[in-house]
Design a protein around this ligand. Structure first.
Ligand code: G
Ligand code: G
Ligand code: MN
Length: 485
């Protein structure tokens, strides 16, 4: 049965069996109609053949042959005196005269095996008796079962004639002792036969179909879940692969010190050197990375890569060159951050490098247990910056609580400078706040002279932005640092 043929099964076991029961009834009724029709023909043929009783076979044989040829179902018609062959459309009475025909002769209907209906082995005979005479017609079992044999139910349907049952495989089952209580039985109103249907077997078949449908559905669900898993976790798995293959690389955005008129340091900004998609900006992947602990591994590897990048040049760096990393709260909570910082610093000569951690403003609020960690971090000379200041919550208590060293003014405030020159600006308040709290100030996103002049006037020391440097790969960073054209 095809898959779509099986689909209705999902309506349940009960429905399946109801449907099978209905189908079995339809098949059985069709079989009764077909068998009645062929027996009508047999009855007609033997009644005509009866007229040949008195004449010699040499004359009548031709008539018998004609009867058979012009019928649909009848394969032979035979006249016997008692059980002895007298004349037949099939048997040659001259070669085997007086042959015993009792095997074929029944009371009305009979199922017989016959070697004469080659290659078919089972025939159904229909006999009428007239005095000492028996006249019978034969039909092929295959002709009767032809249609039924094509259906699902063929092996559960039988034609019962007395104690003999005919199945669709052309076998006669004798004396079948079966408890018929769970069988369907249909009796012909015209001839002495019934159609029996093994309903228990049909129920079993229904159960099997139901189970196979359930299995198909379960497999389908598993397949779908698998597909969803593959589709939805693909970006994460790609990220993991990227981490393993060291595809995350540092870019450096140099920060200028207006006091020393030299480079103060650089912010490390991650990039993904993807083997298929090329260079990817963090906007496309950092959120996913930060949604699990993978951000910790990625950041740690990034720190290692930065150390490796810069170690050859560190002797020529301005004193206390500041390297700042963006650090996620997961990393803070992980318990590894302090060690990661120590490891980073250990790769450089003492006092050559100054490590700073950028924590975004909104990540600092309500993080229990942070005070101690930040104190330990300070103790090893690492400083802490609040990133994107002014975009998060306005609770300022934590600036003091955590002893924050630097305040990075978000570029949103810097970008407004050139448009609103008159009167006090929000950025003035932020700068005043930072000064009051003894924090150094880094202005982000400085793109033009107007902004630079304004910030300088307000006493901002550190400038980060495209005006001085875009985020650059290591080679360009080194070239810019040492002013190589
Ligand atoms: O580098 P870019 O200019 O595209 O930076 C976009 C955003 O990605 C910034 O908000 C920056 O804070 C963030 N970002 C860049 N590098 C890192 C990193 O190494 N770790 C984390 N957590 N965020 C980063
Ligand atoms: O971690 P943080 O959100 O501060 O990252 C700085 C972001 O600002 C990076 O995406 C960096 O590329 C971007 N940036 C740095 N300088 C400028 C600038 O002058 N103009 C603009 N539009 N973006 C900048
Ligand atoms: Mn930052």
């Amino acid at each position: 049965m095809s898959f779509t043929g099986r689909l209705p099964i999902i309506y349940g076991y009960y429905k399946v069996n109801e449907r099978n029961k209905e189908n079995a009834t339809i098949e059985a009724m069709a079989l009764i109609t077909a068998l009645n029709k062929s027996l009508d023909e047999a009855s007609e043929v033997v009644n005509i053949a009866k007229n040949s009783m008195e004449s010699p076979c040499s004359v009548e044989k031709y008539k018998l042959n004609k009867l058979v040829v012009s019928s649909n179902w009848i394969r032979s018609v035979t006249l016997a005196h008692n059980t002895r062959l007298v004349c037949s459309s099939f048997f040659d009475d001259k070669i085997v005269p007086n042959r015993d025909m009792s095997h074929y002769i029944g009371k009305g209907l009979k199922l017989v095996y016959t070697k004469y209906l080659n290659p078919v082995r089972v025939a159904l005979t229909y006999t009428i008796t007239d005095g000492d005479w028996n006249i019978f017609a034969t039909m092929k079992a295959i002709d009767i079962f032809k249609e039924i044999a094509k259906t699902d139910l063929s092996d559960k349907i039988y034609v019962a004639i007395g104690d003999d049952w005919l199945n669709s495989k052309e076998q006669i089952l004798f004396n079948k002792h079966v408890d018929l209580s769970n069988w369907l039985s249909f009796k012909s109103s015209k001839y002495p036969f019934s159609i029996l249907v093994d309903y228990a077997a049909i129920e079993k078949m229904g159960a099997m179909m139901w189970i196979s449908a359930a299995v198909i559905i379960i497999l389908l669900i598993i397949g779908l879940l698998g597909a969803f898993y593959i589709v939805f976790t693909a970006p994460y798995r790609d990220l993991k692969r990227g981490e393993i293959n060291n595809e995350f690389i540092p870019y450096y955005q140099l920060i200028t010190s207006l006091e020393s008129n030299n480079w103060y340091g650089a912010e490390v900004l991650i990039r993904w050197q993807h083997p298929k998609k090329g260079l990817i900006s963090p906007d496309s992947f950092i959120e996913l990375a930060e949604s699990s602990d993978i951000i910790i591994g990625i950041t740690r590897k990034l720190m290692d890569q930065v150390a490796e990048d810069l170690r050859p040049y560190v002797h020529s760096f301005p004193k206390n060159f500041c390297l700042s990393f963006n650090v996620h709260p997961r990393h803070l909570k992980s318990g590894y951050l302090l060690d990661d910082c120590k490891r980073f610093l250990s790769k450089f000569p003492e006092n050559k490098i100054h490590l700073s951690l950028e924590l975004s403003e909104r990540q600092l609020v309500d993080k229990g247990g942070l005070t101690e960690l930040l104190q330990q971090i300070h103790e090893i000379g690492v400083t802490v910056a609040v990133d994107d200041f002014g975009t998060g919550y306005s609770n300022l208590g934590y600036l003091q609580l955590y002893n924050i060293d630097h305040l990075k003014i978000d570029r949103m405030f810097v970008s407004k400078i050139s448009y609103m020159k008159d009167g006090p600006q929000l950025i003035d308040a932020i700068i005043n706040l930072a000064k009051t709290m003894n924090m150094s100030i880094v202005a982000e996103g400085v793109e033009n002279q107007d902004q630079l002049i304004y910030l300088k006037k307000l006493g901002v020391e550190y400038i980060q932005g495209f005006l001085f440097s875009k985020p650059l790969p290591i080679n360009d960073t080194v070239n810019k640092l040492f002013k190589v054209a």
